[in-house]
Design a protein around this ligand. Structure first.
Ligand code: 5U1
Length: 680
């Protein structure tokens, strides 16, 4: 980085810091390739804040410290777009897209293949950013395409929007257009916080982004996890742009804008269709919501020849994915009882096709959720099913409430065992007080015990567990090991062969690991990774069972709530007896030689697993790495040390290669694990 001359006798460090911070913003947002840690970045910002406080006259509007405006607005001013912000025609099938290509060829009087730029269509808010001589001077919403709202104060708070463009060679006037959106993780965290505070939740990331941009107080916008991806330019003056759309995007990246990574050029319409289907398969795994793919004729010369029809360009189209939200009717609410006795309301819906599947049930979580939604039976509701997420009711359409809509009444007694349902103060959840007297809780506890990540008893599926409990053959966990061939063979859809297989599976899985056994007990809030942490910390079951709450909280990721549930579990004699009965039945494991975390051989290293592992299951690979002290992360970043890539590894492997990270295959991982004494 160059050393800049002093400005107005202020210490040159001020402008140097600004340059450094802009450079790191560029690395982080435009290139997705940070060169410093978050802590180092924060230190630079802190130092700049400090110097600017010392030299207030040095502060310039494009200083990285000047993102948040101090005074809230009373209203947004209207902006008239110099060039209208267009909308897009839609396609809903491959045939629609082929017809679009045909229209273009016909209009251009050519049979030549048309090259397309392919981009994801982010589900956010379209915005226009105006730069003069590289400085952000205005941010506006699309509005009706002609008149938008001036949201300059708010867009300035979004860190992926440069206040001053990077690089050089940009036009004197450049209007950058794109989408402001809220990534899924930020949206979930925001809603979690709102839920905890008893506040209204946002319906989806798009509404959250829109609501965040519509704030008159930019400090609120600044607190929201928004990003902006540039996807085109509008008004340009005093400069030239590249000849193709894909090169315009590259130029924008060079000037410091975030552009979407899921972008490609397709040499013809068939390749464009393949791009749509490829992204469609990965839609749920993306970090943000998309509602389609946008195809644009790549040549800007051809774009000009094609022109516009009403408010949409002839040279672009949005090929939409299945909607993730639909409306339907709430027919009834039933109540299910879970493993820990939680009584959960479940919505029975008029079947509706949403997010690619037909949905007829949705969880309602708890009483608070029903109150928050203001829900009644008979209401028309909006269902959202994004990816693998359980369908949710996100909104009631109050204008369509029928006159005979009914209130939802929580049962005072358990629908399964008739024990009283209790609601503990400060807990949103209502619980059946029946404990293991309640067949529903017993069934869920046994299903959990036998499940893949717990004891992994193959063949002992949910339906079979339900029959065994209903017939009174299994009253407690250890009863599983006393089942006979005759008893099992007499169950529905079972023969002697299946009965033998289940008996063999029960025998084989008696030898387990300490972590799996702890997890299998189904202690409240003790998931797989917490169970693993307990096993690694205490080394033996006795040490865990005898630990007090203070000691329990020394275990990584264990706070007072988990410590309370664990201590409570072991304080109950019925639970101690249940464990003793399991041990009497032959369930056993090896204790672990406990080493302090710092002594573990992979302490401080972060691994990412991607692609298919053929020998180890992914869960086992993760468990082995964690046991050796490594961290296992879900995504690749500059902080990753090793990527373990199996066949079919996709974008994570590509990113690892881009970042120059060390990559190993499964054989390499197994060798490493064995070197450190793991039995694989
Ligand atoms: N990715 C992307 N989204 N999107 C939306 N590109 C894009 N282009 C648009 C719109 C409305 O319009 C231009 C084709 C003018």
């Amino acid at each position: 980085m160059s050393t800049l001359p002093p400005v107005n006798n202020f210490p040159p460090e001020i402008e140097q810091l600004r340059e450094q911070i802009r450079h790191h913003n560029y690395r982080y947002y435009a290139l997705d390739d940070p060169q410093v840690t978050d802590a180092d970045y924060d230190r630079l910002m802190q130092r700049l804040h400090q110097l600017e406080a010392q030299y207030p006259a040095s502060v310039t509007p494009d200083s990285p410290t000047q993102r948040v405006g101090a005074t809230p607005l009373s209203a947004f001013k209207t902006v008239v777009h110099e060039l209208p912000m267009l909308s897009l025609d839609n396609a809903f099938s491959d045939e629609d897209l082929l017809a679009f290509n045909q229209r273009i060829q016909d209009r251009l009087k050519t049979k030549d293949k048309i090259e397309y730029a392919c981009e994801v269509k982010l589900d956010g808010i379209a915005v226009s950013l105006l730069y003069r001589d590289g400085l952000l001077v205005r941010g506006a919403t699309r509005g009706d395409g002609t008149n938008g709202e001036d949201i300059t104060q708010n867009v300035r708070t979004i860190k992926s929007i440069p206040l001053r463009m990077a690089g050089s060679g940009y036009p004197a006037v450049l209007e950058v257009r794109g989408e402001i959106y809220m990534p899924k993780a930020g949206f979930n965290a925001l809603n979690e916080k709102a839920r905890a505070a008893g506040e209204k939740l946002f319906v989806n990331p798009r509404n959250a982004a829109a609501g965040s941009l519509r704030q008159l107080d930019s400090r609120i916008t600044a607190s929201r996890p928004l990003e902006m991806c540039a996807y085109t330019v509008g008004w340009v003056d005093g400069g030239e742009l590249p000849a193709t759309h894909s090169d315009v995007l590259k130029a924008l990246r060079g000037w410091g804008f975030l552009t979407n990574r899921e972008t490609d050029t397709a040499p013809d319409i068939q390749a464009a269709i393949a791009f749509y289907h490829r992204i469609g398969e990965r839609r749920d795994a993306l970090a943000y919501d998309i509602d389609g793919i946008v195809f644009k004729v790549n040549s800007r010369l051809l774009q000009d020849k094609l022109g516009f029809i009403s408010r949409a360009p002839r040279w672009a189209i949005a090929y939409k994915f299945a909607a993730q939200e639909e409306s339907t009717v709430l027919l009834d609410v039933e109540f299910q009882v879970g493993r820990t006795g939680a009584v959960t309301p479940v919505a029975r819906l008029q079947p509706v096709f949403v997010g690619g599947v037909t949905v007829s049930n949705a969880t309602l979580h708890n009483r608070d959720e029903i109150n928050r939604l203001g829900l009644k039976i008979g209401d028309t509701v909006i269902i959202r099913r994004a990816g693998d997420v359980i369908p949710q009711i996100v909104q009631v359409v109050e204008t369509r409430r029928p006159a005979d809509a009914r209130d939802i009444l929580f049962p005072a007694h358990c629908p399964i065992c008739n024990s009283p349902v209790e609601t503990i103060a400060d807990e949103a959840v209502a619980r059946c007080s029946g404990g293991l007297v309640c067949a529903a809780q017993r069934k869920e506890a046994i299903k959990h015990f036998a499940s893949r990540k717990a004891m992994n008893v193959e063949g002992l599926g949910d339906k079979l567990v339900e029959q065994l409990v209903d017939l009174g053959l299994v009253k407690k966990l250890a009863d599983l090991y006393a089942l006979t061939r005759e008893q099992l063979a007499a169950m529905e859809r079972m023969g002697e062969k299946s009965a033998d297989n289940i008996l063999a599976a029960l025998q084989n899985t008696k030898k387990t690991t300490l972590a799996k056994f702890i997890y299998a007990l189904g202690i409240r809030e003790v998931g797989e990774s917490t169970a693993r942490n307990f096993a690694n910390y205490f080394g033996s079951f006795e040490a865990l069972a005898g630990a007090d709450q203070e000691t329990l909280q020394r275990v990584p990721d264990v706070g007072p709530v988990v410590a309370h549930f664990v201590a409570e579990f072991f304080a109950q004699e019925s639970n101690r007896l249940a464990v003793a009965a399991l041990r009497d039945a032959g369930v056993h494991w090896d204790n672990i030689d406990v080493a302090s975390p710092e002594e573990l051989p992979l302490n401080g290293l972060t691994y990412v697993l991607t692609g298919t592992l053929e020998t180890l299951s992914r869960d086992d690979a993760k468990a082995h790495l964690l046991a050796l002290g490594a961290k296992v992360a879900g995504s690749v970043s500059a902080k990753t040390d090793y990527v373990v890539a199996g066949p079919g590894a996709g974008s994570k492997l590509a990113k690892a290669e881009e970042l120059g990270l060390k990559v190993m295959d499964e054989a390499g991982l197994i060798e490493l694990l064995r070197e450190h004494g793991r039995q694989v």
